[in-house]
Design a protein. Structure first.
Length: 612
C-alpha cells in the first residue's frame, strides 16, 4: 500500500526537476546571451573612419528635446542606437554641437539633411537648429536636403538647405497650424457625471471640454491670434530661406487644385513648380549626384559620408575638471509634478534639489534655468520658485531661458528670475488657475448604487460618489480665486507692473515670446547661449565655464547604462513600431496627462493650449 505514494512522489520529483532544469536553462541562455553581447561590445573596436571631403549626414529621428527622459537600459538595449526610432529622443545641445563642430572640421565638405523620421519638436527648437545650419553655411560649405516626403516639421529645416531634393513620387505637405479638441459636456450629461469646475481667467480654457460642447468665443479669439503669430514666424523664415512669397506656402483649396492640375496631378512636380524644392531625384539618382559631388566611399557603393551618431562619437570629449567659475544650467522640462521625478521630468522635490545643489556649490556663481514646460501642480511650482528665491538671496543671479513653452506653472517658476529670455515662438503667459472635481452620484444612482452615512464634519463627508454641497463648492472657488490673485500679484511684483496691468494680459491667455516682450512678461528675445552670457555678466564673470546640473546616476546605474549602450550596436535591430507599440504609446500619453493632476490642494497652473 505504501508503494503507490512513493511512486507518485518520484514522478512528481522527476517532473519538478525537469521543469526546474528547463527554467534554469532558459535563464542561463538569456543571462549568457546578454553577457556575450556585452563582451563583444567591449572587445570589438569601434573604428569610426572619416575620410577627407565626407558629407555629414544629419539623419535625425524622433523628437529633439532639452533633456532626455530616463530610459530603462534593458529597453534601450533592445533597440539599435542608430535605428530610425521615431519614438526616440535627441538632445538639442548635441545636434547644435555636431553642426557647429562640422562647420570648423576641414574633413567635412557638406551636410546632407536626412530628416524624414523627425517628429514635431516645437518651432523654437527647429529655429535653433536652423540658426546652426545658417552658421554652417557661413563657412562656405553647402547643405543638401533629401527626402521622399516633407512634412511641415521637416520642411522648415529643409528650407535652410542650399538645394532641396524630393523623390519624384513624393510631396511637400504644408497646412498651417490648428487647434482642435474633443468636448464632453453632452457625453457627461448622458452618463450623469458631474464635473465641478473652479477657475479664474476668461481664457483659461483647459476645463472647457467638461463644461461645453464647443470652443468658447474667448478661446477662439485667443487661439486664433496665437496661431497666427506662431505661423507668421514659420512663413517668414521659410519664405526668406526659399526666396518666395509667404502667401505661396499654404494655398487655398482652389489655388492648390489649380497648381496640381498645372502639374498634371503630380505632387512632386507641383512642389518643383512652386519652388518648394529644387530638383526631383530618386534614391539612386541622389546617390550618383552625391558621388559626383563628394566622391565614392572606400567601402560600399555610397558617397563619402559619416552619419550624425558616428560623428557625435568621434568628436565626443571627456569633460575637463571645472576649476573656473561656473554658470550652472538646470533644465526644467515637462509637466510639473510633485515629489521626486526621474530625469527628463520636473518634480517639486527633485528639481528643487538641483537648484539647492547649485546654491551650495561654491564654483557655481550664477544659474540659468532652462524652462520647457506647460506647467502643472501649483504646489510643486511654488516649491521650485522658492528655491529660485533662495539662489538670489545667496547672491547668485538667476536667468531664465524659455524653450518651446514656459506657460502657467512654467511661467510661475520663471517669474522671480533676475532676467527672462524667450524665443519669438515660445508659448508663455497662461497666467490663470483652475481646479476640477468629478462626481458620480447621479450616474451611480441611475444603476441603483447609493451613498449614505454619517460624518463629524462637512469635510469628512466629501466623496466623489456623494457630490459637493454648494457651501463646499464656494470654499473651493474662493481658494482658486485666491490662487489667481497670488499669481497676478507675483507677476506684478517681479515684473514691476500694476495688478490691473497684469490682470489685463493674464486671464489664462497664452502669448508668443515676441508678444510677451512687448507686454513686459519677458525681458528679451534670445537663446540659451544668450542667457548663459547674461548670467555670467550679472555675476561679473570674465572667464567662466558652463555646466549642466542634473540628477546623478548611481555607479550601478552608470555601469549598466554604459554596458547596454555599447552592446546595443551589436544586438539585432528591433522591428519598426508595431500596432501594439503604437497603441501602448497612445495610452501612455493619456496616462501621463492624467498623472499630471496630482496637486495636494487640487489647484493647477497648466497650459493646455501649449500642445497643438
Amino acid at each position: 500500500m505504501s508503494a503507490k505514494p512513493s511512486f507518485i512522489k518520484r514522478i512528481s520529483l522527476l517532473i519538478w526537476n525537469t521543469l526546474n532544469g528547463i527554467r534554469k536553462l532558459i535563464l542561463n541562455i538569456f543571462f549568457f546571451g546578454i553577457l556575450a553581447a556585452i563582451i563583444v561590445a567591449m572587445t570589438v573596436e569601434d573604428d569610426v573612419k572619416l575620410d577627407s571631403g565626407s558629407a555629414l549626414v544629419l539623419n535625425l529621428s524622433g523628437s529633439v528635446v532639452e533633456q532626455k527622459r530616463q530610459v530603462d537600459p534593458i529597453e534601450a538595449a533592445m533597440k539599435s542606437s542608430k535605428s530610425k526610432d521615431a519614438s526616440g529622443e535627441l538632445l538639442l545641445a548635441d545636434v547644435l554641437n555636431v553642426i557647429d563642430n562640422a562647420a570648423l572640421d576641414t574633413r567635412i565638405s557638406s551636410i546632407v539633411l536626412d530628416i524624414g523620421h523627425l517628429r514635431w519638436t516645437g518651432i523654437s527648437k527647429l529655429q535653433s537648429i536652423g540658426d546652426a545650419l545658417t552658421r554652417f553655411k557661413e563657412s562656405g560649405k553647402p547643405i543638401i536636403a533629401k527626402a521622399n516626403w516633407y512634412g511641415q516639421n521637416q520642411y522648415f529645416l529643409a528650407s535652410f538647405a542650399d538645394t532641396i531634393y524630393l523623390n519624384p513620387q513624393g510631396s511637400v505637405e504644408l497646412e498651417g497650424l490648428s487647434r482642435y479638441r474633443q468636448y464632453y459636456k453632452s457625453a457627461l450629461e448622458k452618463l450623469k457625471i458631474k464635473a465641478h469646475i473652479f477657475r479664474v481667467g476668461t481664457f483659461k480654457s483647459a476645463v472647457e471640454p467638461y463644461i461645453r460642447d464647443d470652443m468658447s468665443p474667448a478661446a477662439k479669439e485667443a487661439n486664433t491670434e496665437l496661431l497666427n503669430d506662431i505661423w507668421a514666424n514659420y512663413e517668414t523664415q521659410v519664405a526668406e530661406n526659399r526666396n518666395i512669397s509667404a502667401d505661396k506656402l499654404v494655398l487655398s483649396a482652389d489655388q492648390y487644385l489649380i497648381e496640381l492640375e498645372r502639374a498634371n496631378g503630380k505632387s512632386a512636380e507641383m512642389a518643383l513648380n512652386m519652388n518648394w524644392v529644387d530638383e526631383l531625384a530618386s534614391a539612386e539618382a541622389f546617390r550618383l549626384k552625391m558621388i559626383d559631388t563628394v566622391g565614392k566611399a572606400d567601402e560600399g557603393n555610397s558617397f563619402k559620408q559619416i552619419d550624425f551618431f558616428d560623428y557625435q562619437s568621434l568628436i565626443a570629449t571627456h569633460p575637463s575638471l571645472l576649476i573656473e567659475d561656473t554658470v550652472g544650467i538646470i533644465v526644467a522640462k515637462g509637466t510639473i509634478l510633485n515629489g521626486n521625478q526621474p530625469a527628463g521630468q520636473i518634480g517639486g522635490e527633485s528639481t528643487s534639489k538641483l537648484l539647492r545643489k547649485a546654491r551650495f556649490d561654491e564654483q557655481v556663481k550664477a544659474v540659468v534655468l532652462r524652462v520647457d514646460s506647460p506647467g502643472g501642480s501649483a504646489f510643486a511650482s511654488e516649491q521650485i520658485r522658492q528655491e529660485v528665491l533662495a539662489l538670489k538671496t545667496a547672491g547668485k543671479p538667476v536667468v531664465v531661458s524659455m524653450g518651446s513653452y514656459a506657460a502657467s506653472g512654467g511661467y510661475w517658476i520663471s517669474a522671480s528670475a533676475d532676467y527672462i529670455y524667450a524665443t519669438p515662438t515660445t508659448l508663455t503667459g497662461s497666467i490663470g488657475i483652475f481646479g476640477m472635481v468629478t462626481t458620480f452620484e447621479d450616474s451611480l444612482s441611475s444603476i441603483g448604487i447609493h451613498t449614505d452615512g454619517v460624518a463629524t464634519s462637512d469635510w469628512a463627508g466629501i466623496s466623489v460618489t456623494k457630490g459637493l454641497t454648494p457651501e463646499i463648492k464656494s470654499v473651493i472657488q474662493r481658494h482658486i480665486e485666491r490662487g489667481y490673485h497670488d499669481f497676478i500679484s507675483l507677476v506684478a511684483t517681479e515684473r514691476g507692473m500694476s495688478l490691473d496691468d497684469v490682470d489685463n494680459i493674464a486671464q489664462g491667455r497664452v502669448w508668443s515670446g515676441k508678444k510677451a516682450v512687448e507686454l513686459g512678461l519677458v525681458d528679451e528675445l534670445g537663446d540659451l547661449d544668450s542667457a548663459v552670457a547674461k548670467a555670467a555678466k550679472m555675476a561679473n564673470l570674465e572667464d567662466f565655464d558652463s555646466q549642466i546640473i542634473e540628477q546623478e546616476l548611481s555607479p550601478q546605474e552608470l555601469f549598466i547604462q554604459e554596458m547596454f549602450a555599447s552592446a546595443a550596436a551589436y544586438l539585432p535591430q528591433s522591428s519598426t513600431s508595431t500596432v501594439l507599440e503604437q497603441l501602448l504609446s497612445q495610452w501612455s500619453g493619456v496616462i501621463e496627462e492624467f498623472s499630471s493632476f496630482d496637486d495636494p490642494n487640487g489647484m493647477y497652473l497648466y497650459c493646455d493650449t501649449c500642445n497643438f
